[in-house]
Ligand binder design. Sequence first.
Ligand SMILES: [Zn+2]
Length: 214
Amino acid sequence: MGDIYVYLVTDAKNFEVETRTGQSVGFDFGLKKFLTASDGKDITSPLFFSNSSKLIAKASRELSRKCKGSNNRRRARLNLARVYKKTTNRRHDFHFKLARRLCLEYDTICIENLNVKGMQRLWGRKILDLGFSDFVKILRYEASKFGTVVIEVERYFASSQICHYCGEKNPQVKDLRIRKWKCPKCGVEHDRDRNAAINILQEGLGQRPLQEIP
Ligand SMILES: [Zn+2]
């Protein structure tokens, strides 16, 4: 498709551990917010994530309209491949820059162990567009360069349903439409995703629950 690849070779040392920050964070993956952070420094999905699926759909539609064997069809096929490629490249670039930034900012990053199939069932094909599992691979790679520790918390741990303050489990929160809730035991009010992110951090660091209410 006329792509040009440039490879650079240097003798600079790659795997240097930077000065550490003493900061830890927990992240919850989501659709609208790419990452909800336990410390409130959330990462929004870039606009092109949602735009790109529209562009791909449009290019596929155009391809299906062209007559088989025609020059127009060949051009439409090439165009679709270009749109795919561009989307992948931009996502890759976003993932790398974000991973690097997070590794510079945090010593320890706790995330949920992703069960992509389960998430797909829950959220549909959008999950593929966001490329969470690609991001985790890139995050691990960057972390190994900076000396950041990435801790994956097991998926069966019900991060959304547990009150991070008192440890009470509230199964009503299973309903994905509930974005905010009040703990029936301690009365603390929660934002669904923030509470999940804090739980992921506490679980990852082995500190959960932080406070037990009598
Ligand atoms: Zn509570």
